[in-house]
Design a binder for this molecule. Structure first.
Ligand code: OXD
Ligand code: MN
Length: 579
């Protein structure tokens, strides 16, 4: 008898007509063979193997460089369940329309069957998925980003309980590009894109959109969050999960190196993009479902993130970066002096060129285990206990450097009212302030009104829920200069968060939450004048009154799916502001 997996692979092959079917075992030999084939086909290029052993460059279609949120759909049975935060298509209509595009789409190509585990192989919280794809770039990327191949098949056995992901490059035309999620069937269909967020189905599609739906049903949280452990000189380690929208520095924060002035501190990386958190005992415990980092290259350098620079020096894929004549990857912000290069589209480039050498959303794909700051607990089957949740956006004005919620429901409200300036991680206008609750707007696989309700309920499921904070590293002066140095210096803010968690520092109660008192954030050794610090920690009453009005408007779209508690939190904020 064929297993449910074999049956599905068979059906899919009959529909998509590949020339060959290859079951990935995840071995080194298989990886090397796929790389050799891609080098021969010129879909992969060797980088300087002395400086970057095992590293390769991939150039994607110039029309296919970022997530395409307008082509991403949740195909739940009921439209209401997808909510106003998702594009929706009825499942039957979606299957009809996009099924036609899959018919024969793998003709002349190899179909790779990619079984994977999201999470440590032996964790009870991990999940198996299988991605069928006709892209060898996807297959090798999945080997970096997940536990892929034999381990996953062994964990699955002959069970039918796995997330089914079907992916084809199709003809790469945005007109025939769709990323569809069928949460009730735990199924994903993606066609017409080879870009990571659209095509590595374990990541955004499975570990966030489908998993968030499962998490609601099963009483846990699947979130767009990094996870770090901060070890203090005393040896105490406190774990923090932090949500930021795409390309707002999650990878940098996850790998922060304490500056010389912060002697005796260590930051341990557990994950840089996704956290699955479950009630266990009195606390929420988190695992990182991924095994690699798919990070934004531009702006990354040995000052902003030395740990990731060390991580990507071997066994890594670079997508849409520039390359120097001696085969080194290059992107804007890597070094102060730009070299002559070949740009991300393979064209000659000089520092005088008007265009950029690397695409603003160019990426590296690199194994987490190579990271110098990887936590000894990063593969712990039980995960790590989370003491603080941090919500952060990119806001030039209004939002202080850091503040704390009064309690869990108010913390959920702080997450639900997050807004951030958009970045190049998605194809849309960059730099527009958009509301992005919990940094999950593009990733919540169900109605966000219900999602807020689920979050509110999670606080009561553990005796000791994490304390909740908002942060903003991105405040600027009227001239556009950053007021806070950011990067490694953000540890100074995390130290206040940790002191609050452990009840070791007081705070000022203000209408928006608890703010640090002057002097409670250590500014010794950095150039942040006392008046700048006052501005960073000021509560702008008029600004928050206006923001509260904007929040109310945003929440209206959820109608009767909006929990009354969220409305109440907004009213209480207005009252506290004296409005
Ligand atoms: C990512 C994203 O790739 O959020 O992590 O876009
Ligand atoms: Mn992300």
């Amino acid at each position: 008898m064929p297993t449910p997996l074999e049956q599905w692979v068979d059906e899919t092959a009959r529909h998509t007509h590949p020339e060959k079917v290859h079951w990935c075992d995840g071995s080194e030999a298989e990886y090397e063979r796929l790389v050799r084939e891609m080098l021969a086909a010129r879909t992969l290029f060797e980088l300087n193997q002395r400086a970057y052993p095992g590293c390769y460059l991939h150039r994607s279609d110039p029309n296919d460089v970022a997530r395409t949120e307008h082509l991403t759909f949740v195909c739940s049975r009921q439209k209401q369940d997808a909510g106003p935060n998702n594009n929706w298509m009825a499942p039957a209509e979606a299957k009809e329309k996009v099924g036609t595009l899959f018919a024969g789409s793998m003709k002349g190509r190899t179909m790779y069957v990619v079984p994977y585990v999201m999470g440590p192989v032996d964790s009870p919280y991990s999940q198996v998925g299988v991605e069928i794809t006709d892209s060898p770039y996807v297959a090798v990327s999945m080997r970096i980003m997940t536990r892929m191949g034999r381990v996953a098949r062994e964990r699955l056995g002959d069970s039918d309980y796995f997330v089914k992901g079907l992916h084809s490059l199709g003809d790469l035309s945005p007109e025939r590009r769709f990323i569809l999620h069928f949460p009730e069937e735990r199924t994903i269909w993606s066609i017409g894109s080879g870009y990571g967020g659209n095509a590595l189905l374990g990541k955004k599609c499975h570990a966030l959109r489908i998993a968030s739906w499962m998490a609601r049903d099963e009483g846990w949280l699947a979130e767009h969050m990094l996870i770090v452990g901060v070890e203090e000189p005393s040896g105490r380690t406190t774990y923090i999960a932090a949500a930021f929208p795409s390309a707002c520095g999650k990878t940098n924060l996850a790998m922060l190196i304490p500056p010389a002035s912060q002697k005796g501190y260590k930051v341990w990386t557990v994950g840089d993009d996704i956290a699955w958190m479950r009630p266990a005992g009195a606390q929420l415990r988190a695992i990182n479902p991924e095994a690699g980092f798919f990070g934004v290259a531009p702006g990354t350098n040995s000052k902003t993130n030395p740990n990731v620079m060390a991580t990507i020096r071997k066994n890594s894929l670079f997508t849409n970066v520039g390359v120097t004549p001696d085969g080194m990857p290059w992107w804007e912000g890597l070094e102060d002096t730009p070299p002559e290069a070949i740009d991300w589209q393979g064209r000659p480039w000089t520092p005088k060129s008007e265009s950029k050498a690397a695409h603003p959303n160019s990426r590296f794909t690199t194994p987490a285990r190579q990271c110098p700051s990887i936590s000894p607990e990063w593969e712990s089957p039980q995960g790590v206990p989370i003491s603080a949740i941090v919500f952060g956006g990119r806001r030039a004005t209004l939002v202080p450097l850091v503040f704390q919620s009064f309690d869990w429901p108010h913390g959920v409200f702080l997450g639900a009212t997050m807004a951030s300036e958009t970045t190049a991680a998605a194809t849309s206008k960059v730099g527009i302030v958009r509301r992005d609750p919990m940094a999950m707007l593009p990733f919540c696989g169900y109605n966000m009104g219900d999602y807020f309700g689920h979050w509110l309920g999670m606080g009561g499921r553990v005796a000791d829920p994490p304390k909740i904070f908002r942060v903003n590293w991105f405040r600027t002066s009227p001239e556009g200069k950053y007021l806070w140095p950011g990067f490694g210096e953000n540890l100074r803010v995390l130290r206040w968060v940790i002191a609050r968690v452990h009840g070791e520092v007081d705070a000022d109660e203000t209408p928006i939450g608890y703010l640090p008192r002057p002097g409670d954030i250590d500014t010794r050794g950095i150039d942040v004048a006392p008046d700048v610090m006052r501005e960073l920690l000021a509560m702008d009453r008029a600004g928050w009154r206006a923001a509260a009005g904007g929040q109310r408007e945003f929440f209206q779209q959820f109608g009767d799916r909006l929990p009354s508690e969220i409305r109440k939190q907004n009213e209480q904020l207005v009252r506290r502001l004296g409005g």
